[in-house]
Design a protein around this ligand. Structure first.
Ligand code: NAP
Length: 277
């Protein structure tokens, strides 16, 4: 569909954004549903000015990505309770000039995990305590999972703060082998290209019956996921979390059910093209 005077604008704001998979994913989804909408990428350093632009131009929905997920909260009219708990916003909805922030990273991770496991009553070992880990910890806790945070000891203050917010135990990354858990999630960048031979944990952590997710999606199957699969664990890749967080944004902005399978196909095509170089 060609843009016209009625086209509804959507955008991603980040720095950098050149590698973002979101424009391809959302634009293909708009097209599939015959919606007169477009999604554009803006590389911005001043997120406050970007939010003024959202109001001034009547942009309906925005994704907010690194490094603006925390700072953006200062410029919104409302931040929902879950995003406030997570301490970060990745989604903005413009309701007639009123900007409402939410966070779909945590629910996206939970939806991806649901492909392979229930969360209620399970123990989830979460590797990392950064922005994505925070969102996942809060969302998984809300689903009834018990959390153990595995983090390198140098930055224990941040990990311990998160652990106390979600009533979690803490284990140094080097000692996680002794943690009894049902689910393991890598929320560190370890294993991301070009360091594809790295893994945050030894392979003998994994066993049959575990559910394992890596939120790194470049490569699609990291060493962490490959080793988990080889030990008989159920696995889900980071592309699934990415697609589900995007699907939740799409529904929020359009009021329509997102074409998740198509969005996943688009993302996997883009990632495969990147892996081929
Ligand atoms: P972040 O805020 O920088 O947090 C990174 C976490 O990993 C921190 O806890 C950090 O520990 C730990 N870490 C980093 N390097 C480490 C190392 N060499 N050894 C041990 N721990 C290390 O990053 P983020 O935004 O949470 O993102 C993390 C990863 O998730 C990135 O690869 C990102 O691309 C990916 N991600 C994927 C999705 C998705 O939809 N699939 C969504 C968001 C993010 P310290 O605190 O000690 O530094």
């Amino acid at each position: 569909m060609l843009a016209d005077t009625k086209t509804v604008l959507h955008a991603v704001f980040g720095h950098p954004v050149a590698q973002s998979l979101s424009p391809a994913m959302h634009n293909r989804a708009f097209q599939e549903l015959g919606l007169n909408c477009v999604y554009l990428a803006f590389d911005v350093t001043d997120i406050g000015s970007a939010m003024n632009a959202v109001r001034a131009l009547g942009i309906r929905g925005a994704s907010v990505t690194i490094p603006h997920k925390v700072k953006v909260m200062e410029y919104l009219d409302e931040v929902d309770a879950a995003a406030r708990r997570m301490g970060a916003v990745n989604t903005v909805l413009n309701e007639g000039g009123r900007l409402i922030g939410s966070n779909t990273d945590g629910p996206g991770a939970v939806a991806a995990l649901r492909e392979i496991t229930e969360l209620s009553g399970k123990t989830l070992l979460l590797l990392g305590s950064g922005g994505a880990a925070r969102a996942i910890a809060h969302a998984a806790r809300a689903e009834g999972a018990a959390i153990v945070i595995g983090n390198r000891v140098e930055d224990r203050a941040e990990a311990e703060a998160l652990a106390s917010e979600v009533d979690a135990a803490f284990a140094p990354l080097g000692d996680v082998r002794s943690v009894a858990c049902d689910i393991v999630v890598n929320a560190t960048p370890i294993g991301m290209a070009p360091h594809v031979e790295a893994s945050p944990v030894p392979a003998d952590l994994f066993r049959k019956g575990m559910a394992v997710m890596d939120i790194v999606y470049n490569p699609i199957e990291t060493r962490f996921l490959r080793e988990a699969r080889e030990k008989g664990a159920s696995t889900v890749d980071g592309a699934a979390m990415f697609v589900y967080q995007g699907a939740a944004q799409f529904s929020l902005w359009t009021g329509r059910t997102a074409p998740v399978a198509l969005m996943r196909r688009v993302v996997l095509e883009k990632l495969s093209a990147k892996e081929r170089g």
